[in-house]
Design a protein around this ligand. Structure first.
Ligand code: ADP
Length: 451
């Protein structure tokens, strides 16, 4: 097992990884920007190294500085968390070239799944259903229109290198194609350094359901069930549940088993998530994330498995600690992503946290790097806390979530806690009756049944 792990991240996820390391008797090295010198992840780690100025490109994305930090501190392995360098195949190779273990899949798997066009082709070949659409990049308007005519409008133009819900445009009619194609191309080139785009059927009322897998170096693969991430705003997840209110046990077993055998044939290693849209009883693959996900705690809550611990064990060459038969799902879990933003207009609200009182009690977990007196920085993602609750039933989970949201005090900055309090009171949400567009309809004052 490793003696020391460098955590190439910040905020709640750096803390989450630190906790798993210390429970395994592994020392941790934090890296931080000058703006994060007082951050909790730096305070808790055994050692810390400043890797650059506040802007992420100069610090948390600064590969030479991170490799140097790992070398001078003698770290055996690097955990990238999510975001930043977690899905950067060349970073993973550089880490390995320096004789350090990258806690994640092989660079080849990261590269392939990071290219959405190539990943769809691969997943289709592995036998999973994909969203109908183009097999390759769209080179011309004529080609895009021909394809869209074939699958029927509306269609979605997506950037092959896209992520974080960005680089997508809906095309409702042929006349809109030329403009939206060039806009999406230009945006993708500027944001991701790759202007390749492709076309997919735009599903009108799907749910987003994803399957968590763990795979060891010996080719053993298990699935840990699904997460329902349909509560979204601008294609970004706001609240997640495990299991999905839309699936029964047989459906859960069936899709889990399909994913498990596809991932095994793929020769994948470490943790991964296969994301699907789910409409009218059918699953359609959209992408695979080759890293730890923000919402992994809801899966941990219902399975009792520490996913980060398993990632570390797998990276150290250990076999999976569980067989599929040993995985059982107990109760229900919901996570609220709490952002430092105004709850109505979503304007970022950085600043000093004057009071901090997280909720507690049975079935309540708070993953956050906040503390009283901490200053939320404007340079990074606005996610400041994840409130995760677990209950024996979905109803118990909802009651507990309401109680925990009521207790949570974060003073001095605005947060999205009031938005979550509003969501958990809505009849559609209580009934589990919502799709990926429901939240936006609800906020526009027009939420109807998800059908
Ligand atoms: P990203 O990598 O940016 O997260 P994804 O492909 O995972 O992009 O899609 C993010 C979200 O965008 C999905 O959860 C869903 O809400 C929406 N989306 C993606 N593809 C489609 C589609 N074909 N039809 C409708 N919505 C889609």
């Amino acid at each position: 097992m490793f003696d020391k792990i460098l955590i190439a991240n910040r905020g709640e996820i750096a803390l989450r990884i630190h906790r798993a390391c210390h429970e395994m008797g592994i020392q941790t090295v934090a890296v931080h920007s000058t703006a994060d010198a007082d951050a909790m992840h730096v305070r808790l780690a055994d050692e810390s190294v400043c890797i650059g100025p506040p802007a992420a490109r100069d610090s948390y994305l600064n590969v030479p500085a991170i490799i140097t930090a790992a070398t001078v501190t003698n770290a055996d392995a690097i955990h990238p968390g999510y975001g930043f360098l977690s899905e950067n195949a060349s970073f993973a190779s550089i880490v390995e070239e320096h004789g350090i273990v990258f806690i994640g899949p092989s660079p080849d798997h990261i590269r392939l799944m990071g290219d959405k066009i190539a990943s769809k082709g691969k997943i289709r070949e592995l036998g999973l259903p994909v969203v109908p659409g183009s097999d390759g990049p769209m080179e011309s308007e004529a080609e895009a229109r021909r394809l869209a005519d074939g699958i029927g409008y509306p269609v979605l133009i997506k950037a092959s290198a896209g992520g974080g819900g960005r680089g997508m445009r809906v095309v409702n009619a042929p006349g809109e194609m030329a403009e939206k194609l060039s806009q999406t191309r230009a945006e993708a080139g500027a944001a991701f350094g790759n202007s390749a785009v492709y076309i997919e059927k735009y599903l009108s009322r799907p749910r987003h359901i994803e399957i968590q897998v763990l795979a060891d170096a010996d080719g053993n693969v298990i699935h840990l069930g699904e997460r329902d991430c349909s509560l979204q705003r601008r294609h970004q997840k706001v609240l997640e549940e495990a299991g999905s209110p839309a699936l029964n046990d047989a459906q859960r077993r069936d899709i889990g088993q399909q994913v498990r055998s596809a991932v095994q044939r793929f020769g994948y290693r470490n943790a991964g998530t296969i994301e699907f849209l789910y409409e009218n009883g059918a699953f359609y693959f959209i992408e695979m994330n080759t890293r730890l996900q923000v919402e992994h705690p809801v899966t941990e809550a219902i399975t009792g498995i520490d996913i980060v611990r398993e990632q570390i064990r797998i990276a150290a060459g250990a076999p999976l600690a569980y067989t599929q038969d040993e995985i059982t799902f107990s109760g229900h879990s919901i996570e609220c992503r709490i952002n430092a933003e105004s709850p109505d207009l979503f304007v970022p609200s950085p600043g000093r946290v004057t009071d901090y009182h997280p909720p507690g009690g049975l079935g309540v977990r708070v993953d956050s790097a906040l503390y009283s007196g901490y200053t939320v920085q404007p340079h990074y993602d606005s996610l400041v806390s994840k409130l995760v609750v677990h209950g024996a039933t979905r109803n118990e989970c909802l009651m507990r979530l309401r109680r925990a949201l009521e207790e949570y005090v974060i003073g001095g900055i605005e947060t999205t806690i009031p938005l979550h309090q509003h969501i958990v009171e809505q009849a559609d949400f209580v009934n589990g009756d919502y799709d990926i567009h429901w939240l936006e309809r609800m906020m526009a004052g027009a939420a109807g049944s998800a059908g």
